[in-house]
Write a protein that binds this ligand. Sequence first.
Ligand code: MN
Length: 323
Amino acid sequence: MTARRIRKIALEEHFTAPGFETYSKVFTSLMGSATQSELSSRLTDFDDIRLGEMDRAGIDVAVLSQTGPSVQAETDVDTAIRRAAENNDFLARQVARHPHRYAGFASLPMHSPRAAAAELSRAVETLGFKGALVNGHTNGIYYDAPAYDELWERMQQLDVPLYLHPTDPLPITKAYEGHPELSGAVWGWGVETATHALRLLFGGVFDRFPQVKIILGHMGEGLPMLRWRFDSRFAVYSHGVKLALRPSEYFGRNIVITTSGVCSPAALACALAEMGDDAVMFSVDYPYESTAIAADFIESAPLSDDTRERVCSRNAERILKLG
Ligand code: MN
């Protein structure tokens, strides 16, 4: 690479802490053994492999998160609380070894909104993390439930975002019967995660906590394309649900997105037009997607210099308060 690379920050970049591989088996076991061992060496590395790829792609900072489903798949509450803290302490030690290249998103034991809020405070105030990344529902509980207001209030106080990352629905719905290829990353994860985000929106979380920001990966899990329809159909089928704003108005304000895993200039143009150029951020989804392809995509997409800089780094600097 001889061309000068534009400054980039990437936000959906995964690692695994010792002992967390067992949670990920649910999807890594579907891959070939060579792919599994390649992934494992990348997920556990914080030095030459990861930094070398970042250097070649011009990625200055990677905000790291435990790969899915992390403690969201833990069924025992006390174990989840302990292991989330262990994960966050492990990540903090790795970030401290390369403080100019890495930042952290906390794992949270969402089994207990109170414990999750406490761990978020510890992660942000003591460990210096920039927010949290949560892998969807926890044992079938979604975070529009009133008990989670305690966590949303804390997020608003701390002024940090929550990255809502995909997981499998529980149970796997009948719609995927006979089509295992559709139930995961190809389609099902996106539907599940988009639905969870809409539960937060229509559940009034962003009316009760207007400063809260959630981040969706994968070009907003398809939602930007449908903003107009949410307004049009909610006006007819509200079922008595009242919102302070039109549904579309929460996009960009409370829901922001990353480009992880969708390297399409056409989809990016749609997302920017629907969300605004303050609400879209570059990401890779390392190690599941190619860092080189993601970097080439964002550098060659037909954007103004100003928009490209916002997407590549300035929006993340503002939203995550990265110096
Ligand atoms: Mn991911």
